[in-house]
Ligand binder design. Structure first.
Ligand SMILES: *Cc1c(COP(=O)(O)O)cnc(C)c1O
Length: 337
């Protein structure tokens, strides 16, 4: 029995066609800016998303960190969702490594930071305060595409108050597919965007940070400082290019499968299913039953991440097919909550 792994969309393995593309990739030393495949990836994403430049980096965490460090200096501040990845799930990197203070804002249920609260949190220019420099959003957030009109309103606020505007777009393409708009429109309001290639797009490694030429030059310097100056990274960039060519439109299949999973689980007694959001489904099970659930799912070949978030999060991706969805629903149905 093949295991269905719903813990995250990071678990995908490169397809045979992707591995072929990696084997054929021309490479060079990227610290010297001489890897043709890395350069092609950076140029392509910059052109696709409407930015002057891009920087290929190992992880989304590093991409966000470099963005924060390129927008802000020591003693500056960024405004961020209290449940955003760039605040909560990146080890406090901006503060630890960048000497940048976070100003977290409690998000509404749709992932938005209420703009009146954002504005009220901007510090006066005065030596008592950190200098508020940057507003960061995340889209999708826990699988939810932010309301599209909100992006423009947040942009207006950033412009009016002289703040930089960064998007953690780890799942930018999931948002674009959900809106039915080009990814470029989703990125357009921002000064910088970080995109993960190793999530739903199915590349083994990598993220790209996009911005204007000056910001990307600063980020390139910080990437080296952070130990992220890599060499013949073109083999990884080739996987990312392949993902952009072949795995964007199919994200709609992941969203459809997540919707089917949510529908099926809603018919199971004792489960509380909280929406289906792009490629994610969240389910609550009585806490006393979680341990038994983990064992039960194990014997049915379904891998879940249990006990990490308050709800059980299930994520569909390239390596989850229709049979996997049916098997997961059946495994929940045969478990008595
Ligand atoms: C996964 C993720 C990141 C970071 O990506 P890593 O490559 O795992 O470091 C950043 N933001 C969001 C929203 C993510 O889901």
């Amino acid at each position: 029995m093949e295991t269905i792994d719903l813990r995250s969309d990071t678990v995908t393995r490169p397809t045979d066609a992707m591995r072929e593309a990696m084997l054929r990739a021309p490479v060079g030393d990227d610290v010297y800016g001489e890897d043709p495949t890395v350069n092609a990836l950076q140029d392509r994403l910059a052109a696709d998303l409407g930015f002057a430049a891009g920087l290929f980096v190992p992880t989304g965490t590093q991409s966000n960190l470099l963005a924060l460090m390129s927008h802000c200096e020591r003693g500056d501040e960024y405004i961020v969702g209290a449940d955003a990845h760039t605040y909560r799930f990146e080890g406090g990197g901006a503060a630890v490594l960048g000497s940048i203070q976070p100003q977290p804002i409690v998000q509404d249920a749709d992932g938005t930071l209420p703009l009146d609260k954002v504005e009220a949190s901007i510090k006066p220019v005065d030596p008592h305060f950190a200098r508020t420099r940057l507003l960061t959003l995340e889209n999708t957030w826990h699988g939810r595409p932010l309301p599209f009109e909100y992006l423009g309103k947040a942009r207006d606020l950033a412009t009016r108050r002289g703040l930089g505007f960064h998007l953690d777009g780890a799942r930018l393409y999931n948002a674009a597919v959900a809106y039915g708009r080009p990814a470029r429109d989703v990125a357009a309001p921002f000064d910088s965007v970080s995109v993960c290639l190793s999530k739903g797009l199915g590349a083994p490694v990598g993220s790209v940070l996009l911005g204007d030429a000056a910001l990307i030059e600063r980020a390139r310097r910080w990437r080296k400082v952070a130990g992220g100056g890599w060499r013949q990274a073109g083999m990884l960039a080739a996987a990312a290019m392949h993902a952009l060519d072949h795995h964007v439109e199919r994200l709609a299949d992941d969203h459809a499968r997540a919707a089917r999973l949510a529908d099926g689980l809603r018919r199971v007694e004792g489960l509380e299913v909280k929406g289906c959001h792009t490629n994610m489904v969240f389910v609550d099970v009585p806490a006393a039953r979680l341990k038994d659930l983990a064992t039960h799912m194990d014997t049915h070949g379904v891998k879940l991440s249990i006990g990490y978030l308050p709800s059980i999060r299930m994520v569909t991706h390239l390596d989850v097919d229709d049979e996997g969805i049916e098997r997961t629903i059946a495994a929940f149905a045969s478990f008595a909550c």
